[in-house]
Design a protein around this ligand. Structure first.
Ligand code: NAD
Length: 508
């Protein structure tokens, strides 16, 4: 793995915990070798036809077109706005319209001057890394983001192997996606790119082979496109619905899946609070990322009486010391069509602050629920919280970890903290296989039991307190000494994975 500016790669750094835990449990050397690198690294290219676009004219060019007659576009909704200021030009925009063009420039009153840019074929780099399947089919999210790489997907795929083992669901680990900024493409283009991705990957996936789910930049609608493309015909849908999870509940998705990751984060926080005698009602919380995970965790915590005092996302940061009105913020971000980047910026019920100041807001809990490597050494130095509950995957760097430990700030590591998503994905897959539909109450009851049980085992391993209770048995996992929580979580994962190789043997 290539080093970055002399530093270790993201993957190498992430695997340090693996090696530490493998040493502690004296892992079988061949099993260790199997887990050190992914089973398969699929890198491929996806092409799709893009629509023509209207691109805003540079200010300097506008005077040249001041006398251009205004065009009257009747079907204004046929100009689909994108987050980068462009509009997709759907052909129906031209129906019954009076159009005036000069040198490819059009003037639309109240919108401005635009140059028409030709669409055409574009190529996108796509990935699917299948890390390990000894415990069950490969399982993991699909990310659409401009900053993705083999290094990142290898790390996230391995994380899924550990996470599915910790969650005790019969899956392995995978991760993948496409290098693009989904906010700069139309819904129809995203559909075509997704269909092509699945067309190319079809032979390597299936309900018993590799099961994608939503991650950053993807959602239930994209999972529906994937399912349709994979199943290839209405007659087959019902048998193969389990090929993706995180689907809309109306087409075989599970109740509770949308909020499951955030709900799992909160179940972990509840256990931490119970253990510490900490009162969640009135607790002050800062949240980074207000997408699926961040907004769900914030909503659930606010309903428990906690105060969300600051939220940061890629486009802005907001702060309200008396507590942000979370349902109103969810409306602002997720139900407001004019908010193209689905950002918290511009929310009227709070004031804007800088990202730097966000990390130093006086609070009890910090929930990183955006991307990786956000809590580095300097950020960890600034945090004024008691607990970091990792909703995101890999939000804390090794240096960040060291600083948090030195400052006695507790951490609930990602592989247990955000395992709620994959746990309910398993419930969705089970319901699909059995053609059942469970209630949200049933899903959350099972999720709470599963997360709290595995959280308790990890805590016992960290404190070296082997015990058997009516709910769990941590004796097989403790290693005879106290370890940090991240290593403890990895020990639990590796013992469960290793058992498969040791008891079932290696397939030949
Ligand atoms: P999402 O796309 O719904 O939301 C991502 C959020 O992060 C957005 O609010 C975005 O503005 C913000 N963000 C992106 N880059 C940022 C930056 N540089 N600084 C600050 N904020 C930034 O994604 P999601 O599904 O909520 O996933 C969030 C994290 O949780 C990811 O790390 C993902 O891997 C992890 N995760 C998600 C699930 C799931 O079920 N969706 C499950 C487990 C883990």
């Amino acid at each position: 793995m290539a080093a970055r500016n002399g530093k270790k790669s993201f993957y190498e750094e992430a695997m340090e915990t693996f090696h530490r835990a493998a040493d502690l449990i004296d892992m079988n050397p061949r099993v260790r070798m199997e887990l050190e690198e992914p089973d398969f690294e699929h890198i491929f290219y996806v092409t799709a036809e893009l629509r023509d676009r209207l691109s805003p004219l540079d200010d300097a060019e506008i005077p040249k077109f001041k006398d251009l007659a205004a065009s009257d576009v009747k079907a204004g909704d046929a100009l689909e706005p994108l987050a980068n200021g462009q509009y997709i030009l759907h052909r129906r925009a031209l129906l019954r319209s009076d159009i005036h063009l000069r040198q490819g420039v059009i003037h639309i009153p109240k919108m401005g001057f635009f140059r028409i840019e030709k669409g055409g074929p574009r190529k996108f780099k796509a990935y699917r890394i299948q890390h390990n399947q000894v415990r069950g089919p490969y399982k993991g999210g699909i990310r659409y983001h401009k900053d993705v790489s083999l290094d990142l997907f290898k790390t996230l795929a391995a994380d899924m192997t550990w996470k599915t083992a910790i969650a005790e669901v019969p899956f392995g680990g995978a991760k993948g996606g496409i290098k693009l900024d989904p906010f700069n493409y139309s819904r129809e283009e995203i559909e075509h790119i997704t269909l092509r991705y699945i067309y190319k990957f079809k032979n390597f996936m299936g309900p018993f082979l590799d099961i994608p789910a939503p991650d950053v930049g993807t959602n239930g609608e994209i999972m529906a496109f994937m399912m349709r493309q994979f199943t290839d015909g209405e007659r087959e849908h019902h048998k193969l619905r389990g090929v993706v999870t995180g689907k809309d509940v109306r087409i075989g998705g599970s109740e509770g899946r949308l909020k499951a990751t955030g709900q799992g984060v909160v179940y972990c926080i509840e256990e931490w609070a119970r253990d510490k005698g900490f009162e969640l009602r009135g607790a002050r919380v800062i949240v980074q990322g207000f997408g699926n995970v961040g907004s769900s965790a914030a909503e659930i915590l606010a309903a428990l009486g906690a105060k969300i005092v600051a939220v940061n996302d890629v486009n802005g940061t907001i702060h309200n010391d008396r507590g942000i009105d979370v349902p109103a913020l969810v409306q602002h971000v997720h139900a407001n069509r004019a908010n193209l980047r689905r950002t918290v910026a511009g929310f009227p019920g709070a004031t804007a602050i800088s990202k730097d100041d966000f990390w130093a807001v006086d609070a009890d809990l910090c929930i990183p629920a955006a991307l990786g490597e956000e809590i580095d050494g300097p950020v960890a130095e600034r945090l004024k919280v008691k607990l970091v509950a990792e909703g995101a995957n890999g939000p804390t760097t090794r240096e960040g970890d060291r600083v948090l430990a030195a400052r006695k700030i507790d951490v609930i590591p990602d592989i247990i903290c955000n395992a709620g998503g994959v746990t309910v994905s398993y419930y969705e897959w089970l319901q699909n296989q059995r053609l059942e539909h469970w209630t949200e109450g049933e899903v959350n009851r099972r999720l709470e039991q599963a997360i709290k049980k595995n959280y308790a085992i990890i805590r016992d391993v960290a404190r070296n307190r082997p015990q058997r209770t009516p709910h769990y048995d941590s004796r097989p996992y403790c290693v005879g000494a106290e370890v940090d929580v991240r290593t403890a979580a990895m020990v639990v994962a590796l013992k469960r994975i290793e058992a498969h190789y040791l008891l079932e043997g290696f397939s030949q």
